[in-house]
Ligand binder design. Structure first.
Ligand code: SF4
Ligand code: MG
Length: 327
C-alpha cells in the first residue's frame, strides 16, 4: 500500500510544472528593460495555468521583444520582421490544440507587419498577441517607429519626428471582427498578469498593447506616468480586471466602462489626458476562423486514407488495363 502511495505522489510531481520549467536561455535584454517584466508575468501565467511546455508555442518577428521565444522553456519560432502573426496563424490552423502566444515590437507589428496585424484581427484565431510598445526601434538602434511621439529626435529623425504617433488601440478597435483589446503597462505586475490572463482566457484573437520601458534609448519616455499614477486610469468593469488591494491603493483613478460597448471602447482608446489600463473591449460572440471554415472532412482517418489511395492509383500500373484492385 505504502509503495502505491509513493508512486502516486511521484506521478503527481512529474506532472506538475514549476516556474523553472518555463525558463529558457538567460535574458540578454538591457538591465531595467520592461521586456523582463513581461517575460516574468508570462512565465507565471504558464505555470499557474499548467500549460504543457510541449503544447505551448511563442512566435515572434524581429526586434528586442522578438527574443522572447528564446527565453521561454517551450516551443518557439523567431521569424522574420513583421511576420510573426502569419506564422502563428499557420501553427494554430494546423495544431489548434497548441497554446499560441505572439510577441511583437511596435516597429514589428505597426510598421512592416501592419497588413498581417489587420487580417489577424479579422480572422480572430485564438492566440494572445502582445505588442511590446516602447515607441522606438530598439534592436536596430533608435529609429522612429509608428508609435514614436511627434518631435522626438531619433536616428532617422534627427530634427524630430514629423508625424503624430499611431494609436495601436484605435487601429485594432477599427477592424472588422475585433474581439479583445486591452492595454497595460509592464511596471504594474498585478495588472500586467491579470490582463494577460484574461487575454489567454479569451476564445479568439486577444490583442494586448503593453507600454514598455526602454531605458537604453527612451529613458524618460514614461516619466510622467511613473511619477504620477493619476495619469493612469484603470477601467472599472464588471467583467474586467480586479486589482489587488495594494495595487488599488496606488492607482486610484478609475473610469467606469462597459467593455462590451465598442463605441465607448474607441472613445476611451482616444483619450489624450489619461492612459486607460485594462480591458477596453471584449466580445466572445465573434466567431473564430476555426468555427467558420468548412468542417474538417478530410481529417477523418478513413477519408484521409481514401484520398491518399486515390492519389496513389493515379500512378499505379495495372496489367491489361485492369484498373486498381477493388474497381
Ligand atoms: Fe530593452 Fe531597449 Fe535594451 Fe532593447 S534596447 S533590450 S528594448 S532596453
Ligand atoms: Mg519598439
Amino acid at each position: 500500500m505504502f509503495g502505491l502511495k509513493s508512486e502516486s505522489i511521484l506521478k503527481l510531481d512529474e506532472e506538475y510544472h514549476e516556474l523553472g520549467d518555463y525558463a529558457g536561455k538567460e535574458s540578454r535584454w538591457c538591465p531595467g528593460c520592461g521586456d523582463n517584466a513581461i517575460l516574468a508575468a508570462t512565465q507565471k501565467l504558464c505555470r499557474d495555468k499548467q500549460l504543457a511546455p510541449e503544447k505551448t508555442v511563442f512566435v515572434s518577428g524581429i526586434g528586442c521583444a522578438a527574443r522572447f521565444p528564446h527565453y521561454m522553456g517551450t516551443y518557439g519560432f523567431h521569424g522574420l520582421h513583421g511576420r510573426a502573426l502569419p506564422v502563428a496563424q499557420g501553427v494554430k490552423i494546423r495544431r489548434p490544440d497548441l497554446n499560441v502566444f505572439v510577441n511583437m515590437g511596435d516597429g514589428d507589428c505597426c510598421s512592416i507587419g501592419t497588413a498581417h496585424w489587420i487580417h489577424a484581427i479579422r480572422m480572430n484565431m485564438k492566440m494572445v498577441a502582445m505588442l511590446h510598445d516602447n515607441n522606438i526601434y530598439g534592436l536596430t538602434k533608435n529609429q522612429a517607429s509608428p508609435t514614436t511621439p511627434i518631435g522626438r529626435n531619433t536616428a532617422t529623425t534627427p530634427h524630430g519626428s514629423l508625424l503624430k504617433a499611431m494609436n495601436p488601440l484605435t487601429v485594432t478597435l477599427g477592424v472588422t471582427n475585433v474581439s479583445f483589446v486591452a492595454q497595460v503597462v509592464e511596471w504594474i505586475p498585478d495588472l500586467l498578469y491579470k490582463v494577460i490572463e484574461q487575454a489567454f482566457n479569451h476564445k479568439g484573437f486577444a490583442f494586448v498593447r503593453i507600454l514598455q520601458r526602454c531605458p537604453h534609448f527612451m529613458p524618460t519616455l514614461w516619466d510622467q506616468l511613473l511619477a504620477n499614477p493619476d495619469n493612469l486610469a484603470v477601467l472599472d468593469s464588471e467583467n474586467g480586471v480586479q486589482l489587488s488591494d495594494a495595487t488599488a491603493k496606488v492607482y486610484k483613478t478609475r473610469i467606469a466602462h462597459d467593455n462590451s460597448d465598442l463605441h465607448a471602447a474607441r472613445q476611451i482608446a482616444s483619450l489624450e489626458d489619461k492612459v486607460p489600463l485594462g480591458i477596453l473591449y471584449r466580445d466572445e460572440s465573434v466567431p473564430t476562423y476555426d468555427e467558420l471554415k468548412r468542417p474538417r472532412r478530410l481529417h477523418a482517418p478513413e477519408l484521409a486514407e481514401a484520398v491518399l489511395n486515390k492519389s496513389f492509383d493515379r500512378f499505379g500500373i495495372f496489367p491489361n488495363n485492369a484498373g486498381p484492385i477493388g474497381d
